[in-house]
Design a protein around this ligand. Structure first.
Ligand SMILES: [Zn+2]
Length: 53
């Protein structure tokens, strides 16, 4: 359980700052999405990953 949570956090950390693969203009930023921690594009707001808890 703890290991899975750490893995999810690592995914968020790795995705943050990457180029958005959907609109190619935006950058992925760490945000909250529907109450979950997530990585979301700052242009098109497409969530790329989120951590459910
Ligand atoms: Zn985008």
């Amino acid at each position: 359980m703890a290991r899975a949570e750490m893995g999810a956090r690592a995914v968020l950390r790795e995705l943050a700052g990457a180029d958005c693969p959907t609109c190619e203009a935006g950058t992925l930023v760490r945000e909250r999405y529907k109450g979950n921690r997530a990585v979301v594009c700052d242009e098109c707001e497409t969530p790329r990953a989120q951590v459910w808890r």
